[in-house]
Design a protein around this ligand. Structure first.
Ligand code: 3PG
Length: 214
């Protein structure tokens, strides 16, 4: 999948669930629960040892969900997530080494940016779609608006402190293509297999997105 197609999937999904998973055997049910609620992109972070196997299980068994690797911070992880079947990659920050590894792997990438210097490095590398992270602590919508002054070409996925209560203030900005967050995929719901709750949270989020963006 090329970069344009991957970005279009994120943009159409609107709210990207950021998954922290302790047990890979839960991944397939989790992805089905999200898809049932209208969320068809799943960012599986590498924050726990089970992350890679969870990503692989979703890529192999849930064709309706776009598997995205999150929290990719080293070049070595790039090959691992490519082998696991990731179709796009998200990082919390920007690194030239990770940028080069992703270009060599041919995978779309949303680097994380929080400052003008981060944006300069991203733009210099030809990366104009970025995760704005940590969105709320980095200044929220006013900070994003300010960054768009010098970087009008950039598009953002704000993540970090975003929830149902404030997603509207991000989605009101035209430079925002989607938002991300962990609130759709609570750790206790994953641990107890409460898939109805995950589907309800996904539905709520996707309906909120559609009400704002059509
Ligand atoms: C991320 O890395 O994307 C964040 O940890 C998600 O932030 P949230 O937990 O505040 O949604």
């Amino acid at each position: 999948m090329d970069e344009t197609a991957a970005i279009a999937r994120l943009e159409a999904c609107g709210v990207i669930p950021v998954v922290v998973i302790e047990d890979a055997s839960r991944a397939i049910d989790l992805a089905h629960a999200l898809v049932a609620g209208g969320i068809d992109v799943v960012e599986v972070t590498l924050r726990r040892p089970a992350g890679l196997a969870a990503l692989e299980a979703i890529a192999r068994s849930v064709p309706g969900a776009l598997p995205v690797a999150g929290t990719v911070v080293t070049p070595a992880q790039v090959q691992q997530v490519k082998d696991a079947g990731a179709k796009a990659v998200v990082s919390p920050g920007f690194s030239e080494a990770v940028d080069e590894a992703l270009k060599a792997a041919g995978l779309p990438w949303l680097p994380g940016v929080a400052t003008a210097s981060d944006c300069m490095r991203a733009v210099a590398a030809g990366r104009i779609v970025a995760k704005f992270f940590p969105a709320e602590t980095a200044g929220g919508p006013p900070a994003l608006k300010a960054l768009s002054g010098p970087f009008p070409q950039m598009r953002f996925c704000p993540t970090g402190g975003v929830g149902l209560n404030n997603l509207g203030s991000y989605l009101a900005l035209p430079q925002v293509i989607c938002v991300g967050g962990s609130w759709l995929v609570p750790a206790d719901a994953i641990a107890s297999g409460d898939w109805a709750r995950v589907t309800r949270l996904a539905k709520e989020a996707s309906e909120a997105f559609r009400a704002l963006r059509g």
